[in-house]
Design a protein around this ligand. Sequence first.
Ligand SMILES: C[S@@+](CC[C@H](N)C(=O)[O-])C[C@H]1O[C@@H](n2cnc3c(N)ncnc32)[C@H](O)[C@@H]1O
Length: 229
Amino acid sequence: MNQETKSFYDSLADDYHLIFAGWKKSAKRQGQILAGILKGIGCKPPAEILDCSCGIGTQAIGLALQGYNVLRTDLSPKSILRAKKETRRFGVKIEYRTASFQELPAVMGKQVDAAIACDNSLPHLLTDKSLFVALRNIQAVIGPGGVFLASIRDYDAILESKPNVTQRMKLESGRKQSFSFQEWIWKKKAHVYTLNHFILKKSGFRNIAWLMPNQSGFYQPIVVGFKNK
Ligand SMILES: C[S@@+](CC[C@H](N)C(=O)[O-])C[C@H]1O[C@@H](n2cnc3c(N)ncnc32)[C@H](O)[C@@H]1O
C-alpha cells in the first residue's frame, strides 16, 4: 500500500497546493493555529517539531514561520522536493528526509519535542496493524513528555452520508480560475475508514483528546496524544 500512496503523492506533488484556496496564506494560518495549540500545552518555540507526513510543507513551513525548529519526513520523494522549493520561497530553514512512518526511528536517530501528521495522513494506513506500527514509531521519535498532533477528516459525519464527491473548491490566481474536488468511490465494506481512540491508547499515547474545528479554528478535527514522562 505504501507504494500506491507514494505514487499517488509523487504525481500530485506539483499540484498539491490546489487543494487549498490560497495555499500560501493557508500555510501561514495553519502554522499560527498549530503553534497556538502547541504553546497552550507547553511546547513553545524554538522547540523541535517533526512533521512526519510533511508533503509539500503546508504545516511544517507554517510552524517554522512561528519560530519552531522543524524537521520533516514524508514517504513521497517528489513532495519532499517540492517542499524544499517552497521552503526556500518562504525563507525558512527546515531539515528533510524521505521516510515512511514505518522507517522513522531508523531514519531520525534522535528524539524531538513534538510530532505532527496533518491533512489526513494517518488514514492512508488501512489496517489496525499498520496504524499501530506507525504510531509506535512516531512515539519512539518523540522525547519523554512530548506530544503528537494529527488532523483527520471528520469521518463520523462523512460515514453518515458517504458522499461520492467532495465539495468543489474554486481557486483563483490572477485572472486564472480553477476548481478542485475529489471523487470518493466507496468499497462495500468501508472498514478502512474506521479510526478510533482505542488504537491510539494501545500504542501508548495518553490523555488523548479531540479538538474540533469550532474549538481550534483548524479546518479538520485534531487528535492530541501525550507521551509518558
Ligand atoms: C494529504 S497529504 C498531507 C501533506 C502535508 N501535510 C501538506 O500539507 O503538505 C498526506 C501525506 O502523507 C504522506 N504519507 C502517506 N502515507 C505515509 C506513510 N506511510 N509514511 C509517511 N508519509 C506518508 C503522503 O506522502 C502525503 O504527503
